[in-house]
Design a binder for this molecule. Structure first.
Ligand code: NAD
Length: 353
């Protein structure tokens, strides 16, 4: 099992080190090799995605990423900026399925801005299509009309096969969970998503055990804050998923807790926390490493099909929280405030125990 480890910038190296520590305790046959990406790639090779890093990622079964970006690179030309490395690696690896779980640990229910009874026990998976839709559709651009007025154009486009493959990802995940898929679209207004709905209904025929429902995106945005526990798996296109997954992340209170996975058609994947490189707290050993540790658990589950060890990591995180360990971002009175590396050690101890 080959893993390309790409710590990136800011808090990336600190949080990835904790996830690596946790993976090492499991005594699996893992080959982990590190390479620079983002600002670190630019510093090392003048490119946010150096060729050697891309080659390593392509040869690996999975990629474990920290985060990229720092304000000090804001003045670089666009193609040299750290974020460009991230967009390119997703495209090069053909990672079309983005999985973002929103799971609220009972111990952290008070960290959410919603009432504890609304979010306590929340366990939702958002499956977002990542390589199509209005973000990539042609024609696009800003042009000037004959009357001299400027016009901006983007095109929402989805073909059948793009919808079908993300549909299968969502249904397969639902089979391992509570067997409910809610497909989010705007089929009443947008033809591209009318097709989305038709294809989802076709895909559902292969999964008779899974209950499929449909929801318009405006209603979905409302339902996520009104009664989020009604959802099991939510599947949607790129732009709706972009917005809804950020909304869902806030249900859980802290961005430092949320892992993510981006998968290709063969379940090769890139695993990373949902947050960024947090330059404001970088190098201080105070970041929350749990999103990255939980991303490593997703890697074992989705790429290596190792449900047992994935669940062991998740249980160890739960146990650590139950023991009262908290990094600064999730700390409340009466809990034990720990540093990033101490949180990693606590998860390791919970796994050993
Ligand atoms: P951010 O997610 O890095 O930080 C937002 C806030 O959350 C900050 O106050 C930060 O300290 C805090 N935070 C984030 N992760 C945390 C953690 N694990 N533990 C404790 N606190 C945490 O977003 P930003 O400030 O908007 O962006 C900073 C940089 O990150 C930018 O250069 C941006 O482009 C980049 N970015 C990268 C990714 C990625 O690599 N996937 C995603 C988003 C932003």
């Amino acid at each position: 099992m080959k893993i390309a480890v790409l710590p990136g910038d800011g808090i990336g190296p600190e949080i990835v080190a904790q996830a690596v520590k946790v993976l090492n305790v499991l005594n699996l046959d893992l080959q982990m090799e590190e390479a620079p990406i983002g600002g670190a790639g630019y510093e090392a090779a003048g490119d946010p995605l150096p060729d050697t890093t891309l080659a390593l990622a392509k040869a690996a079964d999975a990629v474990l990423l920290g985060a990229v970006g720092d304000w000090k690179y804001d003045a670089l030309p666009r193609d040299k900026r750290p974020e460009r490395g991230l967009l390119r690696i997703r495209k090069e690896l053909n990672l079309f399925a983005n999985l973002r779980p929103a799971l609220l640990y009972a111990e952290l229910a008070s960290a959410s801005t919603l009432k504890p009874e609304v979010v306590s026990g929340l366990d939702l998976m958002i499956v977002r299509e990542l390589t199509g839709d209005i973000y990539f559709g042609q024609p696009r651009g800003i042009s000037t009309l004959e009357n001299g007025e400027r016009e901006g154009i983007n095109t929402m486009r989805y073909n059948e096969s793009e919808i079908r493959r993300i549909g299968h990802v969502a249904f397969r995940i639902a089979m391992k969970r509570n067997r409910k898929v809610c497909s989010v679209d705007k089929a009443n207004v947008l033809e591209a998503t009318e097709l989305w709905r038709q294809v989802m209904i076709e895909v559902a025929r292969d999964y008779p055990q899974v209950e499929l429902s449909h929801m318009y995106v405006d209603n979905a945005a409302m339902q996520l804050v009104r009664a989020p526990k009604q959802f099991d798996v939510m599947v949607t296109g790129n732009i709706f998923g972009d917005i809804l997954s950020d909304e869902a992340s806030m249900l859980t209170g802290s961005i430092g807790m949320l892992p993510s996975a981006s998968l290709d058609a063969d379940n090769k994947g890139m695993y990373e926390p949902s947050h960024g490189s947090a330059p404001d707290i970088a190098g201080k050993d105070i970041a929350n490493p749990l999103a990255t540790i939980l991303s490593a658990a997703m890697m074992l589950r989705y790429t290596f099909n190792d449900e047992n060890n994935a669940a062991r990591i998740e249980d160890a995180v739960k146990k650590t929280l139950a023991q009262g360990y908290r990094t600064a971002d999730i700390h409340t009175d009466g809990c034990r405030k720990v540093r990033c590396s101490e949180m990693g050690d606590a998860v390791v101890a919970a796994l050993r125990g």
